[in-house]
Every structure is written in structure tokens, then in C-alpha cells.
Design a protein around this ligand. Structure first.
Ligand code: F6P
Length: 254
């Protein structure tokens, strides 16, 4: 903690809380846009934050992305948290296998010696297929578990970066741009006021469900994500933000 004081991270946290109007922020040293290991540092901070908050029986829902993959990488078993069940927060959302919520949730369970359940729902489904799939007993059961999560850990991305990474259909792409989306999380796209302007249809956690989740942790860093973080946090003032110096300094400068 003395080190964090010396590095000015404590001061950054204080300023960031004030700028974003949020209660809980952790800032790690570095900028993950420039140094890949900074994602692991955010991962380490996230794991510590989880351990402080987990009780003896927990369902933890996680999203995909490279940041969450780094969080999984840093997980270690904890003797206190005997009974953790990891579930993916939402469907695949067009990520590479290694960055999918399913993969990350299995990895977290493996690293912590916990349990996991997967959600096998493809991304672009027709209405009929979607309706019948969510009525499947095994899918229904996992969805039920997801809805009763006591903790959600998720990434935040820049809207256009994410829309491109997902190979979003042209029509949706135009909508995302026309409505000035700047942030993305859980398959929702937000404008700079933090209003939802587009949503990828998939099963799992919906934005309104987050209100009922005890602990919500957002992990996102890099100066390139400053706008996205600012917009997203406008509608999530009670979430815990874990970020890096790169994003924090850019946010305070704005
Ligand atoms: O696609 C899953 C997801 O969590 C998105 O909701 C988010 O925008 C993105 O990944 C973050 O990805 P990364 O950590 O690679 O920037």
C-alpha cells in the first residue's frame, strides 16, 4: 500500500471516483494499451476484490474478452470460498473461443478448484430457434443459475472496436454508428450519456438484472477505453471499477 501511495495510485482513485461519480475504484499501474502485462495486474486486483467479497456459497457470472481472460489467468484457490460456481453471464457474443465467456468460466473454475456450468446457445439465432432453445430444460436450468448470481464480473469495450471484432451485420453497424454508441458491455451498446442504443439478442444476464446482483465488478483499462468506461459507468454507479493508470489519467484529463 505504501508503494501504491508513492506511485500516486491512491490519489488517482480518489480523483476518478469524483470524476465518474462512483463509489469503488481500483487503479493499477501502467496502461494496458501499451503493456499487455497490465491486464494481468488488473486481473490480480480483481481476484483480490472477489476474495474479499465472496462468502461460502456463490454463483459468479463472467463475460468474455481478453481482459476477463487475464482475470481467469490470475485466479488461485482460496480456502475460505469452498463453494463457488462459475457461469457465463451471456451467450458467445462472437468472440474467439479462448475469449468466450464459457471458456473463461471453465478456466476460472479449474484455477480455483470450483465448479462451472456452460451455456450452449449460438449467437445469431432466428426467433423460433431462440424461443425453443430457451425452453430446453438444460438451458433453462443454467439460465436460472445465471439469474441468481451473487457476483458478476464483466469487461467494457469501445463500441466500434467491439462491433467490428464481432463482425456485426451491416444494418446493426449503421445503427450503432448513427446512434453514436461509444461503449459496449454484455452485448449492450451505450451512447456517451450511458443510454442503451443497441442490444445484441442473446440469453443470460440482462442489464436490468444487474440491479439485483450483490457485487458487480467491471474490469477495463487502457487509455483507448476512457470514453467507453465513462459512458458505461454513468448507468452503473454502484459497480466496482477495476482499471489502469492509462484509462484513469485519460478520464481525469477529459
Ligand atoms: O465480448 C465480451 C466482452 O466482455 C464485451 O462485453 C466487452 O466489450 C469486451 O468483451 C471487452 O473485451 P477486451 O477485454 O478484450 O477489451
Amino acid at each position: 500500500d505504501v508503494m501504491r501511495e508513492v506511485l500516486g495510485l491512491k490519489d488517482l482513485e480518489k480523483k476518478l471516483k469524483h470524476t465518474l461519480h462512483i463509489e469503488d475504484v481500483i487503479v493499477v499501474a501502467g496502461d494496458s494499451d501499451l503493456s499487455p502485462w497490465v491486464k494481468k495486474e488488473m486481473g490480480r486486483a480483481c481476484v483480490a476484490c472477489m476474495k474479499e467479497r465472496l462468502t461460502d456459497k456463490n454463483i459468479v457470472a463472467v463475460t468474455g474478452g481478453t481482459t476477463l481472460a487475464a482475470v481467469a489467468e490470475m485466479m488461485t484457490p482460496d480456502s475460505k470460498q469452498s463453494d463457488v460456481l462459475f457461469v457465463p453471464a451471456r451467450g458467445g457474443l462472437g468472440e474467439d473461443v479462448k475469449n468466450q465467456a464459457n471458456t473463461i468460466c471453465a478456466k476460472m473454475a479449474e484455477k480455483t478448484m470450483g465448479n462451472y456450468r456452460l451455456l450452449h446457445v449460438p449467437d445469431h439465432l432466428s426467433n423460433e430457434a431462440y424461443q425453443s432453445l430457451i425452453e430446453e430444460p438444460t438451458v433453462k436450468e443454467v439460465l436460472q443459475l445465471i439469474k441468481s448470481s451473487s457476483m458478476v464480473i464483466h469487461g467494457i469495450g469501445d463500441a466500434i472496436t467491439m462491433a467490428e471484432r464481432r463482425k456485426t451485420p451491416e444494418e446493426d453497424m449503421e445503427k450503432i454508428k448513427a446512434r453514436y454508441a461509444v461503449a459496449e458491455a454484455f452485448g449492450y451498446y451505450f451512447n456517451q450519456e450511458g443510454e442503451v442504443v443497441h442490444k445484441v439478442k442473446t440469453v443470460g444476464i440482462q442489464l436490468e438484472d444487474l440491479e439485483h446482483v450483490q457485487h458487480v465488478i467491471a474490469v477495463a483499462g487502457g487509455a483507448s477505453k476512457a470514453k467507453a468506461i465513462k459512458a458505461y459507468m454513468k448507468q452503473a454507479p454502484h459497480s466496482i471499477l477495476i482499471t489502469d493508470e492509462g484509462a484513469a489519467r485519460a478520464l481525469i484529463r477529459e
